[in-house]
Write a protein that binds this ligand. Structure first.
Ligand SMILES: Nc1ncnc2c1ncn2[C@@H]1O[C@H](COP(=O)(O)OP(=O)(O)O)[C@@H](O)[C@H]1O
Ligand SMILES: [Mg+2]
Length: 302
């Protein structure tokens, strides 16, 4: 369903689904103001199990504000926020986590010098023995971490190695596996591929797909339409705090998505400028007009 105007989202989605088949997470006509600054308004979003919902947008579009609402860091100031069909208002990230909403931030909260398995259980360590001689169940933690990483298809040579020695992509993957193990139903990833190279990005995308295949609802924040299109089932594009596009995979092509992200008209004028300044071969850049209008008969370039 296309949400043409964003602000009508609530009206379009107002009919409650029958047989209790609610989205895991839903925003209806939601918004957030920081004092006088209206960072987000009229936003609709649905997260379903086993599906990847991509949220795209340029810097300042409101992506982080949106996920801060869902992850319990901030509260919405307009519209509705529902979990399992029930209106909610979280005061802390802990409350979101209790509902199974886990967030993997770009700057992960890990202790670099601690082994991988130790970071996997950080803050939720397994123990054994009766009080007062309870101690860490190291063997069981190592075994479980190894098993859980393998279940996600993540193979690391040695779980004893400090997590700081892993690549950024591998660390993201460990964080994803950790969230899955601790019972997340909704996984929020804030720009997990932004700082990564091509190959590493591919690895992270693979585990996003693995989390989806295990039935989690994934919210994937990115400004890269190519990454989004590789794993996404639904695409929401934010621009200046409002929803410019909300479309499922069969409603939008990669070209259209790229064009929405680039801002078709802006890209076209930029191309003209580039051509004048440096003699850039503009014909090798994507043709913005062609992306929206069905291909013309090959003429019309004045
Ligand atoms: N804590 C805040 N106080 C005031 N304005 C904020 C705050 N956080 C974000 N904003 C503003 O809200 C808008 C959206 O920001 P943000 O959600 O971070 O966008 P994105 O993550 O897409 O880059 C920006 O104009 C930003 O300056
Ligand atoms: Mg951001």
């Amino acid at each position: 369903m296309t949400n043409e105007a964003g602000t009508h989202g609530a009206i379009l989605q107002d009919t409650a689904p029958e047989n209790g088949d609610h989205p895991l997470v839903e925003l209806r006509n939601a918004g957030k103001s920081y004092g006088n600054i209206r960072a987000l308004h009229g936003v609709g979003l649905q997260v379903h199990p086993g599906r990847v919902t991509c949220v795209l947008g340029d810097n300042g579009a409101g992506k982080s504000t949106l996920i801060k609402i869902v992850s319990g860091l901030h509260q919405h100031t307009e519209g509705e926020f529902l979990v399992d069909g029930e209106p909610v208002r979280f005061s802390t990230p802990r409350e979101a986590l209790d509902k199974g909403i886990a967030t993997v931030y770009q700057d992960l909260a890990v202790v670099p010098l601690m082994p991988v398995w130790r970071n996997f259980f950080l803050g939720s360590e397994m123990t054994k023995g009766p009080w007062p001689v309870r101690r860490l169940d190291i063997e069981r933690m190592k075994k479980t971490a190894d098993q859980e990483l393998r279940n996600m298809g993540i193979v690391l040579d040695d779980l004893e190695q400090p997590i700081g020695t892993l690549s950024g992509g591998q660390r993201q993957c460990v964080a994803i596996a950790r969230a899955v193990y601790f019972g997340a139903r909704v996984l929020i990833l804030d720009e997990p591929t932004a700082a990564l190279g091509v190959k590493q990005s591919g690895v992270v995308l693979k585990y996003i797909a693995a989390a989806r295949d295990r039935g989690l609802g994934v919210i994937f924040i990115t400004h890269n339409p190519h990454h989004a299109y590789m794993v996404g089932d639904h695409f929401s594009v934010l621009r200046l705090g409002t929803m410019e596009l909300s479309a499922s995979r069969d409603q939008v092509s990669l070209e259209e998505l790229t064009n929405h992200m680039a801002g078709g008209a802006e890209l076209a004028s930029l191309k003209h400028e580039l051509a004048q300044v440096r003699g850039v071969d503009v014909d090798r850049l994507p043709e913005a007009e062609e992306l929206t209008v069905p291909a013309a008969t090959g003429e019309g370039k004045s």
